[in-house]
Design a protein around this ligand. Sequence first.
Ligand SMILES: Nc1ncnc2c1ncn2[C@@H]1O[C@H](COP(=O)(O)OP(=O)(O)O)[C@@H](O)[C@H]1O
Ligand code: SF4
Ligand SMILES: [Mg+2]
Length: 331
Amino acid sequence: MENNILEVKNLKMHYVSKYETVKAINDISFSVKKGETFGLVGESGCGKSSVCKTLLQLLPPNAKFMGGSIKYKGKELIGLSNKELQKIRGREISMSFQELMTALNPVTKVKEQIYEQFIGLKMTKQEKYAKAVNLLKLVGIPSPEQRLEEYVHQFSGGMRQRIMIAIALAAQPSMLLADEPTTALDVTIQDQIIKLINSLKETLGMSIILVTHDLGVVSQMCDSIAVMYAGSIVETGDTLTIFSKPRHPYTEGLIRSMPKDDGSKDRLESIEGAPPNLNNLPKGCSFAERCKYATEICINQMPPLKEVGENHYSKCFHTDLLINSKGLIEL
Ligand SMILES: Nc1ncnc2c1ncn2[C@@H]1O[C@H](COP(=O)(O)OP(=O)(O)O)[C@@H](O)[C@H]1O
Ligand code: SF4
Ligand SMILES: [Mg+2]
């Protein structure tokens, strides 16, 4: 579709070693529209960061691409040479990493880390400096001239996250992959980062893939979402639709385990059990062991991702059982 900036189809990626094959991405498809924030949501270990790293082909040596297509602005990224990918990374699609302390260099000044993003761009020293100052201002870091001369350890957690975002924005990408930008921050700082990313989207007109395990964050930031479970997308659609009418038992469980804003004392339901080992996935539905709706077919066959409404898909045999399931909001 013309409106889509990114189209991912049937993507598969496994981490392979002598001892195991971790099936981190198992045939996932999704698309991101121009200017939207698309949420990739799910418990830790379900494959969210792996999806982002596969999009940019920034994977460790044990990662094995198993098939699929990634089209960005209509152009296939799979099969591009490293040189061609360099033109995409940072300039077109950029990532702010989850592991801040590994992604940010502890021994070079913030200024130098921003300047690295300008390599290959025709800019004078003065232009680089002015742009770096502006970037820190843009992400809300006070006294930018002074802070550019400092090292990462001199910043608080929230300020480090802002620096990571500034570096990701340095080459003016059209798309930002923000991997857990609010995790490990306290609630007030989380709120500030949410506001910052929302305002950057408006002022820069970027498309964003927001990775998080926190549905509360999703509800404040995302236009549409994909819920991931054990390396697959199990439900996808507009955020409002999914929050009001979840049609996959896993999403329903996630929503029911969210604390409510109205302070009501309904007991939170949590999803019992743990996700399956990605090295040993069941042949049927990977959620079956934890699912209260599971039947024989769920154990023996893999459910297809089927359309359950306009632009709304669920990977479940028994979506009809959830037809009256109430989400957090009523439309
Ligand atoms: N370099 C790696 N080698 C082997 N397994 C990995 C590697 N990186 C991640 N994994 C595994 O892949 C799965 C998905 O990980 P990840 O994409 O980081 O999930 P998430 O971001 O949703 O927490 C997990 O089981 C994780 O342990
Ligand atoms: S396919 Fe079956 S086990 Fe899987 S989520 Fe649907 S009802 Fe539950
Ligand atoms: Mg992750």
